[in-house]
Ligand binder design. Structure first.
Ligand code: GSH
Length: 209
C-alpha cells in the first residue's frame, strides 16, 4: 500500500492522478499547509524542504519519496506504466520542464495575479507574461505532438495537466490555444484523472475549457 501525504494543490494532484492511473492501492493523509502542518518534525523527516507531496511505500520497506517528479518516476518504474523505455529521454525533458518552468512560474502567477493582485505591478506583469509564454510554447509543441512526449500519454502529461486546470485563475484564455485545449480536453475526460483530481474526496471537479 502507498500512503500519499498531500494537500489539494496542483503538485499534490499530480500524484493522486498517477496513483489512480496505475491502479495501486493507496491511502491519502492530508497535510494542512495552511495550518503549517508541513513544518511538523515528523513530516520534515520525510520531506526536508517541508513540501507536499510525499509518498511512503509500505510494500517497499516504508521507502519515503519527496519531490513530485521523483515520485512520478518511482511509481512509473515500479509499475512499468506511462514511462516507455524508448521514449524516456523525451519524457524526462518534458517532465523537467514542468518541474523547472511550468510549475514554479505559473505558481508565481497565482501568487501575484490571483492571490495578491494590486500589490506589485512588476510581479503581476512579469509572471503574467511568463505564464502566457508557457501557454504559447506548450501550444506550439502540441501542434506537432499528440502528447508532450510524442504519441503516448506519459508522466510528463500527468505532471503538467493539474497546472493548466487552474486556467480560470490565469485569465489567459485557454480556448485561444487550440492544441493545448485539445490536449486538455482529452486528458480531462480520463476516468483516473477525474478521480485523482478530487484527491481529498471533496467533490472537486476539473474546470471545463
Ligand atoms: N518541487 C516540489 C514543489 C512542491 C510544493 O511547492 N509544494 C507546496 C504545495 S503545492 C508546499 O508544500 N508548500 C508548503 C510550503 O512551502 O510551506 C514538488 O514538485 O514536489
Amino acid at each position: 500500500m502507498i500512503e500519499l501525504l498531500t494537500a489539494d494543490t496542483p503538485n499534490g494532484k499530480k500524484i493522486s492522478i498517477m496513483l489512480e492511473e496505475i491502479g495501486l492501492k493507496y491511502k491519502v493523509t492530508k497535510i494542512n499547509i495552511y495550518k503549517d502542518e508541513q513544518f511538523k518534525p515528523e513530516f520534515r523527516k520525510l520531506s526536508p524542504f517541508s513540501k507536499i507531496p510525499v509518498i511512503v511505500d509500505h510494500d517497499n520497506n516504508k521507502e519515503a519519496i519527496f519531490e513530485s517528479g521523483a515520485i512520478l518516476i518511482y511509481l512509473a518504474e515500479k509499475t512499468n506504466k506511462f514511462y516507455d523505455k524508448k521514449e524516456r529521454l523525451k519524457i524526462n525533458q518534458w517532465l523537467m520542464i514542468q518541474m523547472a518552468i511550468v510549475g514554479p512560474f505559473i505558481g508565481q502567477h497565482h501568487q501575484f495575479h490571483h492571490y495578491n493582485s494590486g500589490k506589485s505591478k512588476f510581479g503581476e506583469d512579469r509572471y503574467f507574461d511568463i505564464a502566457k509564454r508557457i501557454y504559447k510554447d506548450l501550444d506550439e509543441h502540441l501542434s506537432k505532438n499528440d502528447f508532450l512526449a510524442g504519441k503516448k500519454y506519459s508522466i510528463a502529461d500527468i505532471a503538467t495537466f493539474p497546472w493548466i486546470t487552474r486556467h480560470n485563475w490565469h485569465d489567459i484564455g485557454l480556448k485561444k490555444y487550440k492544441n493545448l485545449s485539445r490536449w486538455y480536453s482529452i486528458i480531462s475526460k480520463r476516468e483516473a484523472v477525474i478521480k485523482g483530481y478530487d484527491c481529498l474526496n471533496k467533490g472537486d471537479k476539473i474546470p471545463n475549457l
